[in-house]
Design a protein around this ligand. Sequence first.
Ligand SMILES: Cc1cn([C@H]2C[C@H](O)[C@@H](COP(=O)(O)OP(=O)(O)O[C@H]3O[C@H](C)C(=O)[C@H](O)[C@H]3O)O2)c(=O)[nH]c1=O
Length: 340
Amino acid sequence: MKRILVTGGCGFIGSNFIRLQLSEYPEIEVTNLDKLTYAGNLENLKDFESHSGYQFVKGDITDPEVVNSLLDSVDFDAVINFAAESHVDRSILDSGPFIQTNIVGTQVLLDAARKHEVNRYVQVSTDEVYGSLGPEGLFTEQTPIAPNSPYSASKAAADLLVRSYVNTFGFPAIITRCSNNYGPYQFPEKLIPLFISNAQEGKSLPIYGEGTNVRDWIHVMDHCRGIDAALRKGEPGQVYNFGGHAEMQNIEITKLLLKLLDKPESLIEYVTDRPGHDLRYAIDCSKAESELGWKVETDFQAGLKETIDWYLENPEWVNRIRTGKYREYYEQQYGTRLKS
Ligand SMILES: Cc1cn([C@H]2C[C@H](O)[C@@H](COP(=O)(O)OP(=O)(O)O[C@H]3O[C@H](C)C(=O)[C@H](O)[C@H]3O)O2)c(=O)[nH]c1=O
Protein backbone atom coordinates (compact mmCIF):
# COMPACT_ATOMS: atom_id res chain seq x y z
CA MET A 1 0.00 0.00 0.00
CA LYS A 2 2.21 2.82 -1.28
CA ARG A 3 0.04 5.34 -3.13
CA ILE A 4 -3.46 6.10 -1.94
CA LEU A 5 -6.14 8.49 -3.11
CA VAL A 6 -8.22 9.97 -0.30
CA THR A 7 -11.30 11.91 -1.38
CA GLY A 8 -12.75 14.51 0.96
CA GLY A 9 -9.50 14.68 2.90
CA CYS A 10 -10.07 18.27 4.01
CA GLY A 11 -13.13 17.31 6.03
CA PHE A 12 -13.24 16.14 9.63
CA ILE A 13 -12.78 12.37 9.30
CA GLY A 14 -10.77 12.49 6.06
CA SER A 15 -8.21 14.92 7.46
CA ASN A 16 -7.77 12.83 10.59
CA PHE A 17 -7.30 9.75 8.39
CA ILE A 18 -4.58 11.48 6.31
CA ARG A 19 -2.90 12.61 9.54
CA LEU A 20 -2.87 8.96 10.68
CA GLN A 21 -1.48 7.66 7.36
CA LEU A 22 1.33 10.21 7.14
CA SER A 23 2.26 9.71 10.79
CA GLU A 24 2.15 5.90 10.84
CA TYR A 25 3.51 4.96 7.40
CA PRO A 26 6.75 6.75 6.44
CA GLU A 27 6.67 5.40 2.84
CA ILE A 28 3.07 6.30 2.06
CA GLU A 29 2.11 8.82 -0.64
CA VAL A 30 -1.30 10.37 -0.08
CA THR A 31 -3.19 12.38 -2.69
CA ASN A 32 -6.11 14.31 -1.25
CA LEU A 33 -8.87 15.17 -3.74
CA ASP A 34 -11.24 17.66 -2.16
CA LYS A 35 -13.74 20.15 -3.58
CA LEU A 36 -13.40 22.46 -0.56
CA THR A 37 -17.11 22.83 0.11
CA TYR A 38 -18.21 24.69 3.25
CA ALA A 39 -16.96 21.82 5.43
CA GLY A 40 -13.64 21.25 3.66
CA ASN A 41 -10.87 23.26 5.24
CA LEU A 42 -7.22 23.40 4.13
CA GLU A 43 -6.31 24.50 7.65
CA ASN A 44 -7.18 20.98 8.89
CA LEU A 45 -3.95 19.69 7.34
CA LYS A 46 -1.80 22.81 7.55
CA ASP A 47 0.97 21.00 9.45
CA PHE A 48 1.29 18.45 6.59
CA GLU A 49 1.20 20.95 3.70
CA SER A 50 4.88 20.58 2.89
CA HIS A 51 5.17 16.87 3.78
CA SER A 52 6.90 15.07 0.88
CA GLY A 53 4.29 12.26 0.95
CA TYR A 54 1.31 14.59 0.67
CA GLN A 55 -0.34 16.15 -2.37
CA PHE A 56 -3.53 18.21 -2.43
CA VAL A 57 -5.73 18.43 -5.54
CA LYS A 58 -8.78 20.67 -5.58
CA GLY A 59 -11.56 18.94 -7.47
CA ASP A 60 -15.02 17.45 -7.42
CA ILE A 61 -15.61 13.68 -7.33
CA THR A 62 -18.74 14.13 -9.45
CA ASP A 63 -16.57 15.30 -12.37
CA PRO A 64 -15.39 12.24 -14.38
CA GLU A 65 -12.70 14.29 -16.15
CA VAL A 66 -11.10 15.38 -12.88
CA VAL A 67 -11.20 11.90 -11.39
CA ASN A 68 -10.03 10.06 -14.52
CA SER A 69 -7.16 12.43 -15.22
CA LEU A 70 -5.97 12.02 -11.62
CA LEU A 71 -6.12 8.24 -11.94
CA ASP A 72 -4.34 8.46 -15.32
CA SER A 73 -1.49 10.42 -13.73
CA VAL A 74 -0.91 8.32 -10.59
CA ASP A 75 -1.01 4.53 -10.22
CA PHE A 76 -3.00 4.33 -6.98
CA ASP A 77 -3.01 1.17 -4.89
CA ALA A 78 -6.25 2.20 -3.21
CA VAL A 79 -9.04 4.75 -3.21
CA ILE A 80 -10.72 5.68 0.08
CA ASN A 81 -13.90 7.69 -0.36
CA PHE A 82 -14.61 10.13 2.48
CA ALA A 83 -16.07 12.85 0.23
CA ALA A 84 -19.66 13.36 1.34
CA GLU A 85 -22.27 15.82 2.42
CA SER A 86 -22.74 14.60 5.98
CA HIS A 87 -25.10 16.80 7.99
CA VAL A 88 -28.61 15.39 8.44
CA ASP A 89 -30.20 18.80 9.17
CA ARG A 90 -28.81 20.26 5.94
CA SER A 91 -30.17 17.31 3.97
CA ILE A 92 -33.63 18.17 5.29
CA LEU A 93 -33.25 21.78 4.08
CA ASP A 94 -31.91 20.72 0.66
CA SER A 95 -31.19 17.17 -0.41
CA GLY A 96 -29.77 18.11 -3.85
CA PRO A 97 -26.06 18.30 -2.90
CA PHE A 98 -26.39 15.00 -1.00
CA ILE A 99 -27.68 13.18 -4.08
CA GLN A 100 -24.95 14.70 -6.23
CA THR A 101 -21.90 14.19 -4.05
CA ASN A 102 -22.86 11.07 -2.14
CA ILE A 103 -24.48 9.08 -4.95
CA VAL A 104 -23.26 10.49 -8.28
CA GLY A 105 -19.80 11.12 -6.81
CA THR A 106 -19.56 7.50 -5.67
CA GLN A 107 -20.64 6.24 -9.11
CA VAL A 108 -18.01 8.40 -10.84
CA LEU A 109 -15.30 7.18 -8.46
CA LEU A 110 -16.32 3.54 -8.82
CA ASP A 111 -16.26 3.74 -12.62
CA ALA A 112 -12.88 5.47 -12.68
CA ALA A 113 -11.35 3.09 -10.11
CA ARG A 114 -12.67 0.07 -12.01
CA LYS A 115 -11.41 1.38 -15.33
CA HIS A 116 -7.96 1.96 -13.83
CA GLU A 117 -7.98 -1.46 -12.11
CA VAL A 118 -7.43 -0.04 -8.64
CA ASN A 119 -6.84 -2.98 -6.27
CA ARG A 120 -8.72 -1.72 -3.26
CA TYR A 121 -11.61 0.71 -2.76
CA VAL A 122 -13.03 1.66 0.65
CA GLN A 123 -16.42 3.36 0.89
CA VAL A 124 -16.65 5.22 4.20
CA SER A 125 -20.28 4.95 5.24
CA THR A 126 -22.43 5.31 8.31
CA ASP A 127 -24.59 3.31 10.71
CA GLU A 128 -27.45 5.67 9.80
CA VAL A 129 -28.08 3.53 6.70
CA TYR A 130 -29.58 0.90 9.04
CA GLY A 131 -32.30 3.31 10.21
CA SER A 132 -33.41 3.63 13.80
CA LEU A 133 -33.38 1.18 16.72
CA GLY A 134 -35.80 0.95 19.62
CA PRO A 135 -34.47 0.86 23.18
CA GLU A 136 -32.91 -2.60 22.70
CA GLY A 137 -30.70 -4.30 20.12
CA LEU A 138 -27.69 -3.49 17.96
CA PHE A 139 -27.07 -2.96 14.25
CA THR A 140 -25.00 -5.76 12.74
CA GLU A 141 -23.62 -5.98 9.19
CA GLN A 142 -26.68 -8.14 8.42
CA THR A 143 -29.24 -5.55 9.56
CA PRO A 144 -31.36 -4.56 6.55
CA ILE A 145 -30.77 -1.07 5.21
CA ALA A 146 -33.66 1.28 6.11
CA PRO A 147 -32.53 4.92 5.98
CA ASN A 148 -34.84 7.66 7.26
CA SER A 149 -33.27 10.98 6.25
CA PRO A 150 -32.26 12.28 2.81
CA TYR A 151 -28.65 12.13 4.08
CA SER A 152 -28.81 8.49 5.15
CA ALA A 153 -30.80 7.56 2.03
CA SER A 154 -28.02 9.02 -0.13
CA LYS A 155 -25.36 7.10 1.82
CA ALA A 156 -27.42 3.89 1.59
CA ALA A 157 -27.81 4.38 -2.17
CA ALA A 158 -24.03 4.76 -2.48
CA ASP A 159 -23.47 1.60 -0.41
CA LEU A 160 -25.84 -0.29 -2.69
CA LEU A 161 -23.95 0.96 -5.74
CA VAL A 162 -20.70 -0.28 -4.20
CA ARG A 163 -22.32 -3.64 -3.45
CA SER A 164 -23.53 -3.87 -7.04
CA TYR A 165 -20.00 -3.23 -8.39
CA VAL A 166 -18.66 -5.99 -6.13
CA ASN A 167 -21.29 -8.45 -7.33
CA THR A 168 -21.46 -7.43 -10.99
CA PHE A 169 -17.81 -6.71 -11.77
CA GLY A 170 -15.92 -8.43 -8.95
CA PHE A 171 -14.71 -4.95 -7.98
CA PRO A 172 -12.54 -5.16 -4.82
CA ALA A 173 -14.52 -2.77 -2.62
CA ILE A 174 -15.08 -2.72 1.12
CA ILE A 175 -17.73 -0.72 3.00
CA THR A 176 -17.19 0.61 6.51
CA ARG A 177 -20.10 1.86 8.64
CA CYS A 178 -19.47 3.88 11.75
CA SER A 179 -21.40 5.49 14.58
CA ASN A 180 -21.21 9.16 15.62
CA ASN A 181 -17.66 10.55 15.57
CA TYR A 182 -16.21 13.22 17.82
CA GLY A 183 -12.75 14.77 18.07
CA PRO A 184 -10.65 17.66 16.75
CA TYR A 185 -11.51 19.42 13.45
CA GLN A 186 -15.20 18.49 13.50
CA PHE A 187 -17.26 21.19 11.79
CA PRO A 188 -19.20 23.06 14.49
CA GLU A 189 -22.64 22.21 13.10
CA LYS A 190 -22.53 18.76 14.72
CA LEU A 191 -23.80 18.30 18.28
CA ILE A 192 -20.53 18.19 20.24
CA PRO A 193 -18.57 21.07 18.63
CA LEU A 194 -21.74 23.16 18.25
CA PHE A 195 -22.56 22.84 21.93
CA ILE A 196 -18.97 23.51 23.04
CA SER A 197 -18.86 26.66 20.91
CA ASN A 198 -22.32 27.89 21.93
CA ALA A 199 -21.57 27.32 25.61
CA GLN A 200 -18.30 29.23 25.32
CA GLU A 201 -20.19 32.17 23.79
CA GLY A 202 -22.97 31.97 26.41
CA LYS A 203 -25.52 30.96 23.76
CA SER A 204 -28.31 28.40 24.18
CA LEU A 205 -27.68 24.74 23.48
CA PRO A 206 -30.64 23.68 21.27
CA ILE A 207 -31.75 20.15 22.18
CA TYR A 208 -34.11 18.63 19.64
CA GLY A 209 -37.32 17.18 21.10
CA GLU A 210 -36.89 15.77 24.60
CA GLY A 211 -33.20 14.97 24.29
CA THR A 212 -33.81 11.26 24.78
CA ASN A 213 -32.43 10.18 21.39
CA VAL A 214 -29.40 7.95 21.79
CA ARG A 215 -26.14 8.04 19.86
CA ASP A 216 -23.03 5.87 20.22
CA TRP A 217 -19.92 8.09 20.29
CA ILE A 218 -16.56 7.05 18.87
CA HIS A 219 -13.33 9.06 18.82
CA VAL A 220 -12.43 9.94 15.23
CA MET A 221 -8.97 8.35 15.57
CA ASP A 222 -10.51 5.03 16.62
CA HIS A 223 -12.68 5.25 13.52
CA CYS A 224 -9.68 6.12 11.33
CA ARG A 225 -7.72 3.17 12.71
CA GLY A 226 -10.74 1.00 11.84
CA ILE A 227 -10.79 2.25 8.23
CA ASP A 228 -7.04 1.67 8.06
CA ALA A 229 -7.49 -1.91 9.30
CA ALA A 230 -10.28 -2.52 6.78
CA LEU A 231 -8.09 -1.10 3.99
CA ARG A 232 -5.09 -3.27 4.83
CA LYS A 233 -6.65 -6.42 6.31
CA GLY A 234 -10.28 -6.41 5.16
CA GLU A 235 -11.72 -8.83 2.68
CA PRO A 236 -13.06 -7.35 -0.59
CA GLY A 237 -16.85 -7.41 -0.74
CA GLN A 238 -17.24 -7.22 3.03
CA VAL A 239 -18.92 -4.64 5.26
CA TYR A 240 -17.35 -3.75 8.63
CA ASN A 241 -19.14 -1.89 11.43
CA PHE A 242 -17.34 0.41 13.88
CA GLY A 243 -18.69 1.99 17.05
CA GLY A 244 -17.45 3.44 20.29
CA HIS A 245 -19.31 1.35 22.91
CA ALA A 246 -20.38 4.71 24.39
CA GLU A 247 -24.14 5.06 24.08
CA MET A 248 -25.64 8.21 25.55
CA GLN A 249 -28.86 10.16 25.40
CA ASN A 250 -28.38 13.63 23.89
CA ILE A 251 -29.41 15.27 27.15
CA GLU A 252 -26.84 13.20 29.08
CA ILE A 253 -23.95 14.17 26.80
CA THR A 254 -25.09 17.80 26.85
CA LYS A 255 -25.04 17.88 30.66
CA LEU A 256 -21.64 16.19 30.67
CA LEU A 257 -20.27 18.79 28.23
CA LEU A 258 -21.59 21.63 30.39
CA LYS A 259 -20.06 20.07 33.48
CA LEU A 260 -16.66 19.68 31.81
CA LEU A 261 -16.88 23.27 30.53
CA ASP A 262 -18.02 24.51 33.94
CA LYS A 263 -21.10 26.15 32.38
CA PRO A 264 -24.66 26.20 33.78
CA GLU A 265 -27.42 23.80 32.68
CA SER A 266 -29.65 26.86 32.23
CA LEU A 267 -28.03 27.20 28.78
CA ILE A 268 -30.04 24.16 27.63
CA GLU A 269 -33.03 25.04 25.45
CA TYR A 270 -35.45 22.38 24.23
CA VAL A 271 -36.44 23.16 20.63
CA THR A 272 -38.61 21.70 17.86
CA ASP A 273 -37.57 18.16 17.04
CA ARG A 274 -35.70 17.19 13.87
CA PRO A 275 -38.28 15.76 11.40
CA GLY A 276 -37.90 11.98 11.15
CA HIS A 277 -35.39 12.05 14.04
CA ASP A 278 -33.90 8.54 14.47
CA LEU A 279 -34.37 7.43 18.07
CA ARG A 280 -31.31 5.31 18.68
CA TYR A 281 -28.14 4.12 16.96
CA ALA A 282 -26.09 1.35 18.55
CA ILE A 283 -23.75 -0.93 16.71
CA ASP A 284 -22.20 -4.35 17.02
CA CYS A 285 -18.50 -4.21 16.03
CA SER A 286 -17.60 -7.81 16.85
CA LYS A 287 -16.80 -8.59 13.19
CA ALA A 288 -14.21 -5.77 13.00
CA GLU A 289 -12.85 -6.83 16.39
CA SER A 290 -12.43 -10.50 15.50
CA GLU A 291 -11.54 -10.26 11.79
CA LEU A 292 -9.50 -7.04 11.71
CA GLY A 293 -8.05 -7.14 15.23
CA TRP A 294 -9.48 -3.65 15.79
CA LYS A 295 -10.79 -2.30 19.06
CA VAL A 296 -11.75 1.01 20.62
CA GLU A 297 -8.73 2.54 22.36
CA THR A 298 -10.03 5.92 23.51
CA ASP A 299 -11.87 6.16 26.80
CA PHE A 300 -14.98 8.25 26.11
CA GLN A 301 -14.63 10.71 29.03
CA ALA A 302 -10.91 11.22 28.34
CA GLY A 303 -11.57 11.65 24.60
CA LEU A 304 -14.32 14.15 25.23
CA LYS A 305 -12.14 16.13 27.62
CA GLU A 306 -9.30 16.17 25.05
CA THR A 307 -11.78 17.28 22.35
CA ILE A 308 -13.06 20.14 24.52
CA ASP A 309 -9.46 21.22 25.14
CA TRP A 310 -8.76 21.20 21.39
CA TYR A 311 -11.71 23.52 20.71
CA LEU A 312 -10.75 25.82 23.56
CA GLU A 313 -7.14 25.94 22.33
CA ASN A 314 -8.16 26.66 18.72
CA PRO A 315 -10.55 29.61 18.92
CA GLU A 316 -9.34 31.07 15.58
CA TRP A 317 -10.24 27.86 13.75
CA VAL A 318 -13.71 27.90 15.30
CA ASN A 319 -14.28 31.65 14.91
CA ARG A 320 -13.32 31.74 11.25
CA ILE A 321 -16.10 29.23 10.63
CA ARG A 322 -18.66 30.71 12.99
CA THR A 323 -18.27 34.26 11.72
CA GLY A 324 -18.32 33.22 8.04
CA LYS A 325 -21.04 31.91 5.75
CA TYR A 326 -22.05 29.43 8.48
CA ARG A 327 -23.99 32.22 10.22
CA GLU A 328 -26.61 32.16 7.45
CA TYR A 329 -27.09 28.43 7.93
CA TYR A 330 -27.31 28.80 11.73
CA GLU A 331 -29.99 31.47 11.36
CA GLN A 332 -31.93 29.33 8.89
CA GLN A 333 -31.66 26.19 11.04
CA TYR A 334 -32.17 27.64 14.50
CA GLY A 335 -33.65 31.15 13.99
CA THR A 336 -37.27 30.15 14.47
CA ARG A 337 -36.49 27.27 16.83
CA LEU A 338 -34.67 29.25 19.51
CA LYS A 339 -36.15 31.74 21.93
CA SER A 340 -32.77 33.36 22.58
C1 LIG B 1 -26.98 19.62 15.70
C2 LIG B 1 -27.91 19.13 16.78
C3 LIG B 1 -28.16 17.80 16.97
N1 LIG B 1 -29.03 17.38 17.93
C4 LIG B 1 -29.23 15.93 18.11
C5 LIG B 1 -29.62 15.18 16.85
C6 LIG B 1 -28.99 13.81 17.07
O1 LIG B 1 -29.87 12.99 17.82
C7 LIG B 1 -27.74 14.10 17.90
C8 LIG B 1 -26.47 14.19 17.09
O2 LIG B 1 -26.71 15.06 16.00
P1 LIG B 1 -25.62 15.33 14.86
O3 LIG B 1 -26.25 16.21 13.85
O4 LIG B 1 -24.38 15.78 15.51
O5 LIG B 1 -25.33 13.86 14.31
P2 LIG B 1 -26.32 12.73 13.67
O6 LIG B 1 -27.51 13.32 13.06
O7 LIG B 1 -26.52 11.67 14.68
O8 LIG B 1 -25.37 12.20 12.48
C9 LIG B 1 -23.94 12.08 12.65
O9 LIG B 1 -23.53 10.76 12.87
C10 LIG B 1 -23.83 9.84 11.84
C11 LIG B 1 -23.33 8.50 12.21
C12 LIG B 1 -23.46 10.32 10.48
O10 LIG B 1 -23.25 9.56 9.57
C13 LIG B 1 -23.58 11.77 10.20
O11 LIG B 1 -22.80 12.18 9.10
C14 LIG B 1 -23.24 12.60 11.39
O12 LIG B 1 -23.63 13.95 11.14
O13 LIG B 1 -27.99 15.37 18.52
C15 LIG B 1 -29.66 18.28 18.79
O14 LIG B 1 -30.43 17.89 19.68
N2 LIG B 1 -29.42 19.61 18.60
C16 LIG B 1 -28.59 20.08 17.62
O15 LIG B 1 -28.44 21.32 17.48
